[in-house]
Design a protein around this ligand. Sequence first.
Ligand code: OAD
Length: 237
Amino acid sequence: MQQSGKRNKIVILSGAGLSAESGLGTFRDKDGLWTKFDLNEVATPGGFERNPSAVHEFYNLRRSLQINAKPNAAHFALARLEQEYNGDVITVTQNIDQLHEQAGSRNIIHMHGEINKAKCAHCGHREPWFEDLSTDLVCKNCRKPEGMRPDVVWFGEMPYFMDEIFHHLSKCTTFLSIGTSGTVYPAAGFVSEANRSGAHSVELNLEPSEGVSEFSEVIHGKATEIVPAFVDRFLKT
Ligand code: OAD
């Protein structure tokens, strides 16, 4: 599908539902993480100030779960889309896992950060991190104690790479929203931005998202079933 005068460009927005069948939990489904944990206590700067150990415990568990997780058929189909599509494919993910990378996608923007990185709350120093974090750690750069935190975006913080993402949205001809409930901004607003750019927008999700009425095409079902089928069909058009 090519719009006249525009280079083909797909922007994919992925969310927790994409990694659900790899064994990583979602946030808002029945049994989702936010039904078991108070997000104000584990996913805000204030929560980290009040009780850093509880925040470390929450993310240490998530790091160990994702280290053992494997990409599923939907991740592999999206990597194939990037490799075989006649145009650019940019994956903007809200997920902090590495499953897009492991499946072979290369053009990935982690707008909510990455669980395998740590950053210092004092000086902003970042480094790859595959072990548990704790309050005993001292930053290698500024030497201050107790500031090492997961390099993930918390509620109340600005997601990463927003200028770059909005640039891609302004140029995209196709927008795919996959496995996300469409409840958290700014990601939930990307479909409107893509629509304004004249993109064909497609929702692929288990159930209708909050923003379902904004999409030009909607496909509901499990990611491992609907995403490979969609990619097969799309690459043939
Ligand atoms: P949510 O938990 O809000 O939504 C997950 C969506 O995936 C739901 O709409 C489910 O119906 C759908 N889903 C579940 N299983 C699926 C499957 N097997 N196949 C396809 N879809 C499935 O997760 P996100 O939208 O990613 O932010 O949440 C957005 C942000 O809110 C997260 O990045 C995180 C969270 O709080 C921060 O922590 C800052």
